[in-house]
Design a protein around this ligand. Structure first.
Ligand code: PYR
Length: 384
C-alpha cells in the first residue's frame, strides 16, 4: 500500500484488503495460485516466503489478510472447513485436563466435536446458558481455559452479551471465543467487544453462494495468531487455493448481501408473527426477542436467519419444510438462495438426547436475497 494510506471503511477493506494488482500481469483480482511448491533461488532462498502450499499460498494469504482486516484482528487464518478451524483452535489453546464452557445452543457439529472427540483427548467441558452471565460464572472451574459462544446461536438465535462474557472469561483467566458465522463481520465484530478469537464457517455468509466449504479463525493478538498459524501448518487442515479464492470473492459483496438478507428476514419474521399456524417466531430483530436490546447494541442489523415453531408438533414442522419450493430444503445457510430445514432431524440430529436438544416443532430458514414477495408467497403456501 502507499504511504498516503486513507482510512478505510468495511466495504473498502472487504474488496481490497490483502489484495493488490498482480505484480506480473496487473490482474485486478488475486489469481488462483493452484500450486503445491515454489522454486527456490538456491537452497533456502525462498521468494516472498513461499515454500510449500500447506504452509502458505498466495491466494490463501490474500484471504487471510482480508479476514484479519474485516474482523479487526491481528491475524486471519483460512481452513478447509469451519470444524477444521475449530479443531485447530481447540487443540492450540487446550491441553488434556483443561476445561471449556460451551453454550447450551450451538451448531450440532460443534457440539459433536466437543462431546465425542475432544473428551477422548482428555478435555472437559460444561454446558451453560451463555445468555445468562451468572450461569456462565457458575460453570467456571479452576481449570477453565476457554469460554465458547455463538451469537446469534444456531438454531435458536439466542443473543449473548459479548462484552459481558469477555469480562467473565478474562476474570477467570480464560479466552473468549466467538463463533461469528451467523452475523458475519459486516454485522458484528466480536473482537471490538473484547473477544480473543473469532471463528467462522466461511461456507456461509462469507462465501455467500453455497459453492464452497471453508473455515476461518481471526485472533485479536499477534502472539495467539502466531501460535494458531503454527498449528494450522502442523495440523494441515488448510483451505485450498480455489476455495480460498471463492471465499475472497464472496467477501467483496458481503455488505450489500447482508443488508438485503437482513431486510428480507425482517419481513419474513413479520409475516410469520401474524400467521395462525406459527406458535413462536425467533428473530433478534423482533422487540419480543429477549436479546433484542443486546443485539441492537452489538449488531449493525439483525441478520438473515429466522427460526419458528409450528402448531401441530414435529410432523407439522416437517410438512412445512417438505412443502416449501423456493425455500430449498437443505442444510447450511448464508447463501444468496433461501434454504429451509428441520434442525431436529437435520443439522442438529447429533445433539438428540443431550442438553442441546432443540424443539421438535422448530423450523429454521436462511432467508436469501430473492424478491421478497416471492419468498413470502412460498412460506405462506408451505404453511398451508
Ligand atoms: C448448519 O446448517 O447449521 C451448518 O452449519 C451446516
Amino acid at each position: 500500500m502507499t504511504e498516503h494510506q486513507l482510512p478505510q471503511g468495511f466495504e473498502t477493506l472487504a474488496i481490497h484488503a490483502g489484495q493488490e494488482a498482480d505484480p506480473q500481469t496487473g490482474a485486478v483480482v488475486t489469481p488462483i495460485y493452484q500450486v503445491s511448491t515454489y522454486k527456490q533461488d538456491g537452497v533456502g532462498g525462498l521468494r516472498n516466503g513461499y515454500e510449500y502450499s500447506r504452509s502458505a499460498n498466495p491466494t490463501r494469504t490474500a484471504l487471510e489478510e482480508c479476514l484479519a482486516a474485516i474482523e479487526g484482528g491481528a491475524r486471519g487464518l483460512a481452513f478447509a472447513s469451519g470444524l477444521a478451524a475449530e479443531d485447530t483452535l481447540l487443540r492450540t489453546v487446550l491441553k488434556p485436563g483443561d476445561h471449556i464452557v460451551i453454550p447450551n445452543d450451538a451448531y450440532g457439529g460443534t457440539f459433536r466435536l466437543f462431546a465425542k472427540v475432544l473428551t477422548r483427548w482428555g478435555v472437559e467441558f460444561s454446558v451453560a446458558d451463555t445468555q445468562n452471565l451468572a450461569a456462565v460464572r457458575d460453570a467456571l472451574r479452576p481449570n477453565t481455559r476457554a469460554l465458547w459462544v455463538e451469537t446469534p446461536s444456531n438454531p435458536l438465535l439466542g443473543i449473548s452479551d459479548i462484552a459481558g462474557l469477555a469480562e467473565v472469561a478474562h476474570q477467570a483467566g480464560a479466552l473468549l471465543v466467538v463463533d461469528n458465522t451467523f452475523a458475519s463481520p459486516y454485522l458484528q465484530q466480536p473482537l471490538s467487544f473484547g473477544a480473543d478469537v473469532v471463528v467462522h464457517s466461511t461456507t456461509k455468509y462469507m462465501g455467500g453462494h453455497s459453492d464452497v466449504v471453508g473455515g476461518a479463525l481471526v485472533a485479536a493478538e499477534a502472539g495467539l495468531g502466531e501460535e494458531l498459524a503454527y498449528h494450522q501448518n502442523a495440523m494441515g487442515a488448510v483451505a485450498g487455493p480455489f476455495d480460498a479464492w471463492l471465499v475472497l470473492r464472496g467477501i467483496k459483496t458481503l455488505g450489500v448481501r447482508m443488508d438485503r438478507h437482513s431486510s428480507n428476514a425482517a419481513k419474513v419474521a413479520e409475516l410469520l408473527s401474524a400467521h395462525p399456524k406459527v406458535s413462536q417466531v425467533i428473530y433478534p430483530g423482533l422487540p419480543s426477542h429477549p436479546g433484542h436490546d443486546i443485539a441492537a447494541k452489538q449488531m449493525k442489523a439483525f441478520g438473515g436467519m429466522v427460526s419458528f415453531r409450528v402448531n401441530g408438533g414435529e410432523q407439522a414442522a416437517v410438512d412445512v419444510c417438505n412443502r416449501a419450493e423456493l425455500f430449498t430444503l437443505g442444510e447450511s445457510l448464508g447463501g444468496v438462495e433461501s434454504l429451509i430445514e428441520h434442525p431436529g432431524r437435520m443439522t442438529h440430529a447429533s445433539v438428540a438426547g443431550s442438553a442441546l436438544e432443540v424443539p421438535s416443532d422448530l423450523v429454521r430458514v436462511s432467508v436469501g436475497i430473492e424478491a421478497i414477495d416471492d419468498l413470502l408467497a412460498d412460506l405462506t403456501r408451505a404453511l398451508g
